[in-house]
Ligand binder design. Structure first.
Ligand SMILES: Nc1ncnc2c1ncn2[C@@H]1O[C@H](COP(=O)(O)OP(=O)(O)OP(=O)(O)O)[C@@H](O)[C@H]1O
Ligand SMILES: [Mg+2]
Length: 462
């Protein structure tokens, strides 16, 4: 069910839509003119507005503009008279979701409304989700899936196994799960399994009593005691030796630990989040990881995808790291040149977000101006060649966008010349793609036929 606002000066039309939409299960509010509709939008949350275009006083098109100014995401469907296709075009250009022509086709109305609703709700939901995790930057579909998973699994006591390549943000995800859990106020204790020699691992995990081995000069609590009633984060779990795997499994089954050299058994209540950059299924097949331990840890498995599978997140991550390192390094390098960003977008980042972070940190440190240029990205050779490879793989679009190749050229020519040159190239490109059909090219480029005709004349493309 959604909240729908209908604006129409004709009462019969308002009633008709109201009955139709009520039957579909929606809550409907009606307004007899644009002003009333605008007041309603500003005083209650709506999921959708349907408005007539021709109304006395403020028109539907003006209402659309006002609504978009107030809440750009709120979908607005316009009702147009059959005889006014120009209005429809204007409406779409100004951000209308769609238009329905009179006389109505009921099925058409229903389907337009359904798709407006589902798009709006998906967007609202994802904006809301990502705002729950401010420390994790990402708006790609892949990251939204992860936010959704974190959101759902965090309040439960289930053990989570986070896996993915190095530098993808597994630790951030683990922290986010803890801080959204019911034990967020209790300790979050991380341990990196690969960093501890086997002979010390048992004592690191379960503690030891004084004198139990050479060097054990005090009692030691160990990870599980420290994390009691909180979360233990076992990083690089794939590195555990078989003996420790067996001991860990027993602890998970019995929920109790016995410190090295001790006799007293201690009950513990710890949620385990484990992380690995290995494919544990392969480790199991190779006999290096216990399958039963895997199932205990991976009650909820969560894959963090590599950065190259979510390149859409790169611009926001770059921006985030620019602000971060400008602050840390006391500089004002808060932007990146579009060419430098383009190079980054073509790179595959084997080191994932950590590598991107390092590149930007270095860029900020080395940059003397206040915008990161390709020169200060200190691109490695592999990066340059992967950027070049990507360039030669693509079709002819990118060269079209490169109206200028350097800063000097840009300032030499000036904005107007560069923009005109780009416009000319794009129109030429549109005409080539459509075998010189101005009608189709205008469609493709989403401008009116008249304005395309004007521009082809202007640039001598006839
Ligand atoms: N989505 C993100 N938003 C902001 N920072 C991120 C994001 N993902 C990763 N980072 C940053 O990248 C670095 C690496 O992240 P993290 O340590 O969580 O990766 P990891 O997957 O645990 O890597 P490894 O497998 O090497 O331990 C950290 O500095 C982290 O803050
Ligand atoms: Mg890590």
């Amino acid at each position: 069910m959604s909240q729908i606002l209908i604006a129409d000066d004709e009462k019969s039309m308002r009633d008709f839509l109201k009955i139709l939409l009520n039957k579909e299960g929606h809550q409907v509010t009606t307004a007899k003119d644009a002003k009333e509709a605008l007041d309603a939008v500003k005083s209650a949350p709506f999921d959708l507005v349907i408005t007539d275009i021709r109304m006395p006083g403020m028109s539907g098109l003006e209402l659309l503009e006002e609504i978009k100014e107030y809440n750009i995401d709120l979908p607005v469907i316009m009702i147009t008279a059959f005889a006014s296709p120009d209005d429809a075009v204007t409406a779409m250009k100004n951000g209308a979701f769609d238009y329905i022509s009179k006389p109505f086709n009921v099925d058409e109305i229903k389907s337009v409304i359904a798709s407006a609703n589902s798009q709006y709700q998906a967007r609202e939901q994802s904006a809301c989700l990502s705002s729950l995790f401010p420390s994790i930057i990402g708006e790609s579909r892949e990251m939204l899936k992860i936010f959704d998973m974190i959101h759902r699994v965090a309040p439960t006591p289930a053990n989570v196994l986070i896996y993915g390549e190095s530098g993808t943000g597994k630790e951030l995800v683990a922290q986010a799960i803890h801080s959204h859990s019911q034990v967020a106020k209790n300790p979050f204790v991380p341990i990196t399994c690969s960093a501890i020699p086997e002979e010390l691992m048992e004592s690191e995990l379960f503690g030891h009593v004084k004198g139990s081995f050479t060097g054990a000069i005090h009692d030691k609590a160990g990870l599980f005691s420290e994390a009691d009633s909180g979360t233990a984060f076992l990083d690089e779990i794939g590195e555990l030796t078989p003996i420790i795997q067996t001991k860990l499994l027993r602890v998970l089954q019995e929920r109790e630990i016995k410190p090295v050299g001790g006799t007293k058994i201690k009950h513990i209540n710890v949620r385990i989040i484990a992380a690995t950059n290995k494919i544990l299924e392969e480790e199991i097949k190779a006999g290096r990881f216990r399958e039963d331990l895997f199932y205990r840890l991976a009650v909820v498995p969560l894959r963090v995808p590599p950065l190259r599978e979510r390149k859409g997140d790169i611009p926001r991550l770059v921006d985030h790291f620019l602000q971060k390192y400008s602050r840390i390094l006391g500089k004002e390098v808060r932007e990146i040149s579009s060419y430098a960003l383009e190079v980054l977008l073509k790179y595959d980042f084997p080191g994932n977000v950590r590598e991107l972070e390092n590149i930007i940190e270095r860029g900020v440190a080395l940059e003397n101006s206040n915008i990161v240029l390709p020169e200060s990205l200190s691109l490695s050779n592999s990066m340059r060649s992967s950027a070049r490879r990507a360039e030669s793989d693509e079709d002819d679009i990118p060269s079209i966008f490169c109206a200028v190749r350097s800063e000097e050229e840009l300032f030499d020519l000036g904005l107007e010349k560069v923009v005109n040159d780009l416009e000319k190239r794009l129109i030429q490109f549109g005409l080539e793609k459509t075998n010189n059909s101005k009608m189709k090219a205008a469609d493709l480029l989403q401008i009116s036929f008249r304005s395309l005709r004007y521009k082809t004349k202007k640039y001598g493309l006839d």
